[in-house]
Design a protein. Structure first.
Length: 212
């Protein structure tokens, strides 16, 4: 099964991808991870991408598509895969189709923006050991202090409320047309992303026709 997973930052895509991976035994493919691997290995595609990045430009779609095409041709993708974070635009969706990728289902985890803002802006991290906390759902014993090592907790720039709001605006502007594209194709499943993790997993499995 070839699946695209869509959802806002903080919607729980990573968690739900893990549940699908456990059940179907297929890899989760992230274009960000592919790009980092090419840069680390110093491949021809990686060196081209590095040139764009060092000059402060975005890596062009056609370069990302070439990397993706290489990755999807690897043996572990023979029985399917999950695409996480791609496509972000209709142009990328069309490029995916042009490369011959036959997508079976697109799952869009639908979440309330206010809930996402609360979930992400409440995160706190330890500067020393990297432990994660939340001001409402997973409080440390002493405010602002890590339970594990006693170091100070901080809020990542990406988790600040204004940053989260800006990221959500970009997400909606880019992704709504992608959802419409796949809705026309008849393969879009909109899943209620509010509630417990098991409840959301159950909804996704039902939409995909996976028996638990």
């Amino acid at each position: 099964m070839k699946i695209i997973l869509l959802g806002a930052p903080g919607a729980g895509k990573g968690t739900q991808a893990e549940k699908i991976i456990e059940k179907l035994g297929i890899p989760s493919i992230s274009t960000g991870n592919i790009l980092r691997a090419h840069l680390k290995e110093g491949t021809e595609l990686g060196l081209k991408a590095k040139g764009f990045m060092e000059s402060g430009n975005l890596v062009p779609d056609d370069l990302i598509v070439d990397m993706l095409k290489n990755r999807l041709s690897e043996k572990d993708c023979e029985n399917g895969y999950i695409l996480d974070g791609y496509p972000r635009t209709v142009a990328q969706a069309e490029a995916l189709k042009d490369m011959g990728a036959q997508i079976d289902s697109v799952v869009s985890i639908e979440t309330d923006d206010e809930a996402i803002i609360g979930r992400m802006s409440g995160r706190r991290s330890c500067k020393n050991c990297g432990a994660s906390y939340h001001v409402l759902y997973n409080k440390p014993a002493s405010e602002g202090v890590c339970d594990k090592c006693g170091a100070a907790l901080f809020q990542r720039e990406d988790d600040k409320e204004e940053t989260v709001k800006a990221r959500l605006e970009v997400f909606h502007a880019q992704t709504e047309p992608v959802k419409a594209y796949y809705e026309k194709e008849g393969i879009l499943h909109k899943i209620d992303g509010m509630g417990s993790i098991p409840d959301i997993t159950k909804r996704i499995f039902e939409a995909l026709g996976i028996t638990e």
